[in-house]
Design a protein around this ligand. Structure first.
Ligand SMILES: [Zn+2]
Length: 299
């Protein structure tokens, strides 16, 4: 069996059938055994920033008054877990429990079973914050069904808005022998290189998105496009859909608007002996990019 991607091993039961059970939800909210997963300005609470793990706190109804929304995330060992958003606090709250850290930074340090719930809480709160108003009529919306839908408060509109996920393809392009194409965006760490990626457009299949993005970014034509695996990537709301493909042309024409640091072919031997410094380093350990590269390097 393939190893799994970071953030994709759930470690909890979403219990979606309970989201509409308003009486049950109210009981869980009143139950001190229930657990809260606090978010402050897109950051997750962790007890230890050096060795982060999923950190929850027991239900505290006084905290709920400080959160504009409460999201039922699911069950762990029958215990209900809710995300709360404490972003209105001017300073990071709950100092006695730990610190608020950016999952994008601490992700590689997390146990794999725990990242998924933290990603879920973070992504959900970002979605709520960005959908306070109806996209149809502009009226305010309100959270319903345990925080899994926002409904327009204008009764004549009643539009329902569901959590949004943006699909992005990410693809390892090889030459059929021992080279892959890697590129650099200026937002990456110094020296970091990655396989290429891009958003899927409306009306486009995943395979067509893979071929289009590769042609746009580096001017290559490809074949043998094969799906590999997917990875939730809540920065802010993506799902990464991993592919491999073989190039049929080899001259790179780089779009420097997309890849400010350029793109080039790298050999398997070079990658095996990556210097991991500010000249060249592999993608971050928790990314599907790294996993696709590792599997190709070892193949
Ligand atoms: Zn509306």
């Amino acid at each position: 069996m393939k190893s799994q991607n970071f953030y994709d091993r759930p470690g909890f039961d979403r219990a979606g059938h309970l989201r509409r059970e308003q009486g049950w939800l109210l009981e869980r909210i009143a139950d001190k055994k229930s657990q809260l997963v606090p978010i402050w300005r897109s950051r997750n609470l962790v007890a230890d920033a050096q060795q982060p793990t999923l950190t929850t706190i027991s239900m505290d109804t006084s905290l709920l008054e400080r959160s504009p929304v409460l999201v039922f995330l699911g069950l762990i060992n029958e215990v209900a877990h809710f995300a709360i958003d404490l972003s209105a606090e001017s300073e990071p709250p709950l100092k006695e429990f730990g610190s608020f850290e950016d999952l994008r930074r601490i992700g590689p340090l997390l146990p794999r079973d725990e990242g998924s719930l933290m990603a879920f809480a973070r992504a959900h709160m970002t979605w709520h914050k960005r959908h306070l108003f109806c996209g149809v009529c502009g009226s305010a919306t309100e959270s319903r069904e345990g925080g899994h839908v926002r409904v327009c408060k204008n009764e004549n509109c009643n539009s329902h808005c569901f959590p949004r996920i943006d699909p992005a393809v990410i693809m390892l392009i090889h030459d059929g022998k021992d080279r892959v194409v890697l590129g650099r965006k200026k937002t990456m760490q110094p020296g970091q290189h990655s396989i290429l990626a891009g958003f899927v457009e409306p009306g486009e299949s995943l395979e067509n998105a893979v071929a289009r993005e590769i042609f746009e970014e580096v001017g290559l034509e490809i074949t043998d496009i094969e799906y590999h695996s997917s990875q939730p990537w809540p920065f802010p709301a993506n799902i990464m859909l991993g592919f491999t493909a073989r190039a049929t042309t080899f001259d790179l024409t780089v779009d420097y608007n997309e890849l400010e640091g350029g793109a080039q072919w790298f050999s398997r031997d070079f990658l095996k002996n990556s210097p991991e410094n500010d000249t060249f380093r592999l993608p971050r350990r928790d990314s599907i990019s790294r996993r696709l590269m590792n599997e190709w390097i070892d193949s």
